[in-house]
Design a binder for this molecule. Structure first.
Ligand code: PLP
Length: 389
């Protein structure tokens, strides 16, 4: 079969590849600590599961609107609007199966051959993959360890050109756990508002912050969701609902109308019962989210302290999400070698920083969405394996 040329431009996510290798070792009797996958190890709250079951029993088994149930779009607008200090019209909300389609749809709608898209590096690998797939030129914005994995404002300004069709930002960030500050967002806002450049703001980890309150670029002058910010958000991380596939975007209505077309041409709609679960998640008790974040904070502190005690490893304390991104350059291994070595020699599955972009070399990503016991076990095993080298 002769594949279309564009298929050669698609990238992937190394998390799924490392998981496959780890499972193969487990099938041969090895015991692996899984720190590779980016999902909360908590179960979805019972009231959310019940809402979906109730919906299914009441007949929510049919096609629904391509952009989401009116009830869910209203609930999202009512929940997010006050948090972003702006009125959000439900017509600005597009509900999708997981948040990933918002990335894909935004790029399909705004990027094309001849245009450029600025994106964080290291960053979620699907940004670069989709930019290339859409024919645009990916322009990496390096994130700097010494700045808590924020970027250099002057470097950002230098990367913007008349071809810039979109800027992608992500805070709290995957894979570094870095959190952008208001001054970073203001610098991007000043350029993008003046030059009328839309921003895709990936805010999927909004609720998982530890040290400072979350800020969104949508709160900045000229950058509201009615003007030029597309917020990517969803239920996967905050509500421990990765497998449900429920996400959404909030954007100018004219773009939402284009996303309606993209949904009609791809998924038709998001499963109705899943959407009723989303309404229950938004409108029900939020203490489960708070407990989860408190647990993540304790695990982060354990992991950061343990990593900094390992020879050749240094780790800045991440302000959000549930990943650490330690620098492993002093071990003498590059990041791909380290992640293979950690799996084979220590039975610890983690991801090479280079799989998140060129600027991720010298780092690995470890998820602390795992129990304190398993995190301690992974640290002990890495320590023993490093001592044996
Ligand atoms: N954005 C970032 C930064 C992520 O890390 C992820 C998932 O890992 C997503 C978006 C996708 O979320 P979903 O599983 O809802 O598609």
């Amino acid at each position: 079969m002769r594949l279309a040329e564009r298929m050669g431009r698609l990238g992937s996510e190394s998390a799924f590849e490392v998981l496959r290798k780890a499972r193969a070792l487990e099938a041969r009797g090895r015991e692996i600590v899984h720190l590779e996958i980016g999902e909360p190890d908590f179960d979805t709250a019972p009231h959310v599961v019940e809402a979906a079951c109730r919906a299914l029993h009441s007949g929510a088994t049919h096609y629904v609107s391509p952009v989401g149930l009116p009830e869910l779009r209203e609930a999202i607008a009512a929940d997010l609007g006050p948090r972003r200090g702006q009125e959000i019209d439900p017509a600005q909300v597009v509900v999708t199966p997981g948040a990933k389609p918002i990335m894909f749809f935004t790029l399909l709608a705004l990027a094309e051959t001849g245009s450029e898209v600025i994106y964080p590096d290291p960053g979620f690998p699907i940004y670069e993959s989709m930019i290339r797939f859409c024919g645009a030129r990916p322009v990496p914005l390096p994130l700097i360890e010494a700045k808590g994995f924020r970027f250099d404002v002057d470097q950002f300004r230098d990367l913007v050109s008349e071809k810039t069709a979109l800027v992608i930002i992500n805070s709290p960030q995957n894979p570094t756990g870095g959190v952008l500050q208001r001054e970073d967002l203001a610098a991007i806002a000043a350029v993008c508002a003046e030059r009328d450049i839309p921003v895709l703001s990936d805010e999927i980890y909004e609720q998982i912050v530890y040290d400072a309150p979350f800020s969104s670029i949508a709160e900045m002058e000229g950058m509201s969701t009615r003007e030029r910010t597309i917020i990517l958000h969803g239920f996967s991380k905050a509500y421990a609902m990765t497998g449900w596939r429920l996400g959404f975007g909030v954007m100018p209505t004219a773009l939402a109308e284009q996303m309606n077309l993209l949904m009609v041409n791809s998924n038709s709609c998001t499963a109705a019962a899943t959407q009723w679960a989303g309404i229950a998640a938004l409108q029900g008790p939020q203490d489960g989210v708070e407990r989860m974040v408190a647990a993540f904070r304790e695990r982060r502190d354990l992991m950061v302290a343990g990593l900094n005690a390992l020879p050749g490893v240094s780790c800045v304390s991440p302000g959000g999400a549930f990943y650490t991104f330690p620098n492993i350059s002093e071990t003498g291994m590059d990041s791909a070698t380290f992640s293979d070595w950690a799996l084979q020699e220590a039975g610890v599955a983690c991801l090479s920083g280079a799989s998140f972009g060129d600027y991720g070399e010298d780092y690995v990503r470890l998820s602390y969405a795992n129990s304190l016991e398993n995190i301690q076990l992974a640290l002990d095993r890495l320590g023993e394996a490093l001592a044996r080298r």
